[in-house]
Design a binder for this molecule. Structure first.
Ligand code: NHR
Ligand code: GAR
Length: 197
C-alpha cells in the first residue's frame, strides 16, 4: 500500500507563471510517486487571474475567493482559511499572491506557509521591487523563497537567486529576468522542503 499523498495548496493573484513552474516540476519529477505530494488546489483572489485558467486546463481543483466581496481583511482571511483547510494541506504556497495576510492567518499555517518574493530580501520588501532596485542603482537583483511570518517579507530564507541588472533595464525587463530565476528556485525549494519532511 502506498503512503497517502500530501496536499499542496497554491494561492495566486495573477499570471501564474510560478504556479506553472511548480506544476511542471511536480509532473516531471513525479512528486506523487517520489515525494508523496501533489498540488491539490489553486485558490485565486481575482477572477481574471490567468493562472486560474492554467490550473483549470491542467485539471487541478480551482477556487475563486474574491476579496472585494468581504467586508474586512479578517473576514476574507477567515473564509480563505476555511477553503484551504478543506484540503488539509501539508504546505501552502504563495505564488504571486498579492494580498497581505493577517497575523491570525499566518499563525494558523506557521511553518508550512511559503512565499516567493521578487527581490534579494531583506532588501526591497513590499511592492514595486524592480522599480525600486533600478532607482537605487542596484547592479544585482534577484528573488527569495522564504517562510512567511507575521512580519511582511521577513521570514527565514529558504532559497535565493541573483541576476545581473543591465544598464538599459526597465522594471519590465528586470522583472522578466528575475522571474526566470524564480521558476528555478521555487520548485527546487519546495522539493527540498518535501524531501526533508
Ligand atoms: N503576509 C504576511 N503576513 N507576511 C508576508 O511575508 C506576506 C504576506 C502576504 C503576502 C507576498 C508579498 C510579497 O512577496 C506576501 C507576503 C502583497 C503586498 C501588498 O501590499 C505586499 C507583499 C506581498 C504581497 N498588497 C496590497 C494589500 O493591501 C494589495 C496590492 C494589490 O492588490 O495589488 O494587501 O511581496
Ligand atoms: C512574481 O514575480 C512574484 O515573485 C511576485 O509576483 C510575480 C507573480 O508572477 N510576487 C509579488 O510581487 C508578491 N508581492 P506569476 O503570477 O507569473 O507567478
Amino acid at each position: 500500500m502506498s503512503a497517502p499523498l500530501r496536499n499542496i495548496v497554491v494561492l495566486i493573484s495573477g499570471a501564474g507563471s510560478n504556479l506553472q513552474a511548480l506544476m511542471r516540476a511536480a509532473q516531471q519529477e513525479q512528486w506523487e510517486q517520489r515525494l508523496q505530494a501533489r498540488i491539490a488546489a489553486v485558490v485565486s483572489n481575482r477572477s481574471d487571474a490567468p493562472g486560474l485558467a492554467l490550473a483549470r486546463t491542467a485539471g487541478l481543483a480551482c477556487e475563486l475567493l474574491d476579496h472585494t466581496e468581504y467586508p474586512s481583511r479578517h473576514a476574507f482571511d477567515a473564509a480563505l482559511m476555511t477553503r484551504i483547510d478543506a484540503h488539509q494541506p501539508t504546505l501552502v504556497l504563495l505564488a504571486g499572491f498579492m494580498r497581505i495576510l493577517t497575523p491570525e492567518f499566518v499563525r494558523h499555517y506557521e511553518g508550512r506557509l511559503i512565499n516567493i518574493h521578487p527581490s534579494l530580501l531583506p532588501a526591497f520588501t513590499g511592492l514595486h521591487t524592480h522599480r525600486r532596485a533600478l532607482e537605487a542603482g542596484c547592479k544585482v537583483a534577484g528573488a527569495t523563497v522564504h517562510r512567511v511570518t507575521a512580519e511582511l517579507d521577513h521570514g527565514p530564507i529558504l532559497a535565493q537567486a541573483a541576476v545581473p541588472v543591465m544598464p538599459d533595464d526597465s522594471p519590465e525587463t528586470l522583472a522578466a529576468r528575475v522571474r526566470a530565476a524564480e521558476h528555478q528556485i521555487y520548485p527546487q525549494a519546495v522539493r527540498e522542503w518535501l524531501q526533508t519532511r
